[in-house]
Design a binder for this molecule. Sequence first.
Ligand SMILES: *[C@@H]1O[C@H](CO)[C@@H](O)[C@H](O)[C@H]1NC(C)=O
Length: 605
Amino acid sequence: GECDHVECQRKYIPANKHHFPPPSKFHKLSNSLCMKTSRTRLSVLAFLLQYTEKEEVVLWMNTVGPYHNRQETYKYFSLPFCAGSKKTISHYHETLGEALQGVELEFSGLDIKFKEEVMQTTYCEIDLDKAKRDAFVYAIKNHYWYQMYIDDLPIWGIVGEADENGEDHYLWTYKKLEIGFNGNRIVDVNLTSEGKVRLVPNTKIPMSYSVKWKKSDVKFEDRFDKYLDPSFFQHRIHWFSIFNSFMMVIFLVGLVSMILMRTLRKDYARYSKEEEMDDMDRDLGDEYGWKQVHGDVFRPSSHPLIFSSLIGSGCQIFSVSLIVIIVAMVEDLYTERGSMLSTAIFVYAATSPVNGYFGGSLYAKQGGRRWIKQMFIGAFMIPAMVCGTAFFINFIAIYYHASRAIPFGTMVAVCCICFFVILPLNLVGTILGRNLSGQPNFPCRVNAVPRPIPEKKWFMEPAVIVCLGGILPFGSIFIEMYFIFTSFWAYKIYYVYGFMMLVLVILCIVTVCVTIVCTYFLLNAEDYRWQWTSFLSAASTAVYVYMYSFYYYFFKTKMYGLFQTSFYFGYMAVFSTALGIMCGAVGYMGTSAFVRKIYTNVKID
Ligand SMILES: *[C@@H]1O[C@H](CO)[C@@H](O)[C@H](O)[C@H]1NC(C)=O
């Protein structure tokens, strides 16, 4: 069920044998929704990852860090562990995604050969002095875990253990590896930590390992299945929430279309009746409602430059989310370190024309002249926000010597992508957008003099509408947020991208419905400032998501420390902002189609 972390830990760490993750039965419960479709890339990998008899198998040491702060990681050898005597065989090249995610593979120096059993062997000794002991004690007190890789399969192990009263600290010194093979491929790895040794200063602690090879029936394509946790991700609550949101969508769409159809029909009837009255009658009759603002409704929004940049960026984020989720559904992206992030960066760069197109054309429609400035702001808004946060967090990471600190070369690579890929593609999009759909072909002319906005009830004020607008969209996604957060901040691998896709679609529909209703009420109150209102009322979803992330931090995780806290809240802010801009753009696009439609159908003299 729902896995509180303490409970998880207890479950995952039995008294003295340590398996991670726990053996889980893989229910093939309607996997059509989950992601088990194409295996093409994996079969190519399967061909590459074949071993011959006695071929070297490399055990890579990755990172070590506190169990409760999953994203706070340090190099494995930042703790005074010792390495085996074998020298490094080859240098490991990181991909961009790995470098950004703090993957730090280092050779363990252990001698492992394919299908060659190794009895318990001491590979090195730790010369424990006071400083080293303190380092280990600190790690054990903070429940440090380390992570290793064999043949791309992750292995987790625990550093040590304290006794009940917390005075004596013990280190696990014996790594018992059991490797399952199927034909000439590795399909399964289990690590059992044994050999508890008390940490006493000025002693030598021998570190040992053993390797056992077992024939296994697991297919190579399914070897990551044991890391997935279907009982968590396909829990009843998850299905129920999807179903719930789905019902909400049907209800909302029905409601919106009914209200709008009926009221709009009434409005049209009223307006056409007024049309037939002569001038005298019309002066006496009380004209009111959204038709009154026809001369202002297509007036450019305030701050058109920022506004169109936000809309362009939002459209880009939407297309990135859509494409990345589809790619993740088709390919098992979780099987490769950092590939999700690399894919996202690549797709973001490739979809830059979308940003330029929508931002540029909207800016041209609103009569903007400084289009080059708009293009720069639109292109660099999101990268600047992400890099700015990363830069800030990087300072803290460097101070803590965390492996999360982004290397200088990676920063240069990201900057190059911004200037040499994103900017030119954005330029192409902007030029296309300005020329293809940059004409302000609105159904009504804009009056020279803006109409005064009449007094209205407090709940019709744009600020109130903006605050209320985000509630329903947030309600449709917050359970999914729990699963996404848990896979990012705790040890779960997110793999149910089918769910995520459904939630994205639901979110978009709910957002559009809500903003249309908000805009209708606003225009009916003869307030024509609908552009920012529709954008912000959809974007306020992000404020609720950010507030939810506070709840999640305090009640669902056991994170602590300056590094983890700033990392958490910094990246949550980035995530929420991006989500907000996306929702805002989706809401605005839907609303602007609606506004165009209602003013096209009414006769204006
Ligand atoms: C690893 O552990 C699981 C669960 O205990 C077991 O089913 C599997 O056979 C083990 N694999 C190997 C290679 O020992």
